[in-house]
Design a protein around this ligand. Structure first.
Ligand code: URA
Length: 229
């Protein structure tokens, strides 16, 4: 009985979240509905290149962030053969403590967004431009981006995703080599290497501005359809 109440509560919470994302119905399109199931076929992860990138990063001292209170390097997580990759800005306090990207409040929203398109965190790959926590969650500085971005670029070349969702201005500007704001960048499809890039709002921004979740949902649906296309 308790379990029924629980799953009903969970369903209600999920529906509320979908409503917040601006989803007001479920597609009857068989291709869309089947696509989540198909995407669950994960190739076996025998990749050796990501570990060698991680080894090259080592106990990194290339920029000043190693002296500014980082607890550990947050490299990335997920399926090394993912067709869909998410790129964020830099670890926050929770990520610095756990060594895993997007596990704090913004990360929980990102997890729900991934699940809303029928995928799980294990099926995608998640990384940041910057691998060490900037103190007090300040913005990364240009020298820090310059020191760290080669490792993101190598991750992208190795994973070879079909689609990259760039979460927020830093990720989009780093991948697309532009200074345009995220509001101007989003809504269009770009390319980085052989991947199609969808810039969208950072989940931390969505927590502050929930009325933009509808736009983010459009971006994620676009990413999913490019992934399946
Ligand atoms: N924000 C980011 O950009 N990355 C994280 O890993 C967590 C919060």
């Amino acid at each position: 009985m308790g379990q029924h109440v629980n799953s009903r509560d969970q369903l209600a919470e999920h529906l509320k979240f979908l409503t917040e994302l601006g989803i007001d119905g479920i597609s009857r399109d068989r291709v869309w509905r089947a696509s989540g199931r198909e995407a669950r076929t994960i190739p076996s992860a025998t990749d050796v290149d990501l570990p060698s990138i991680r080894a090259d990063l080592g106990d990194c001292t290339r920029c000043k962030l190693h002296t500014l209170g980082r607890r550990q390097i947050v490299f990335g997580v997920g399926n090394p053969h993912a067709g869909l990759m998410f790129v964020g800005e830099a670890p926050g306090r929770d990520e610095d403590a756990q060594g895993i990207p997007f596990v704090g409040r913004a990360g929980q929203l990102l997890t729900k967004m991934i699940e809303a398109i029928g995928l799980t965190r294990d099926e995608v790959y998640i990384a940041n431009v910057i691998k060490c926590r900037p103190p007090g969650n300040r913005n990364p500085e240009p020298d820090e981006v310059a020191a760290c971005e080669p490792f993101l670029f190598r991750q992208v070349e190795t994973i070879h995703p079909k689609v990259i969702v760039a979460l927020g201005a830093f990720a989009a500007q780093t991948l697309l080599k532009t200074q345009e704001s995220i509001s101007r960048l989003r809504g269009r499809i770009y390319t980085y290497s052989s991947a199609q890039v969808i810039p969208t709002f950072h989940p931390a921004y969505l927590l502050r501005s929930p009325d933009r979740k509808r736009d983010a949902w459009e971006d994620l649906k676009k990413a999913k359809s490019l992934l399946d296309g």
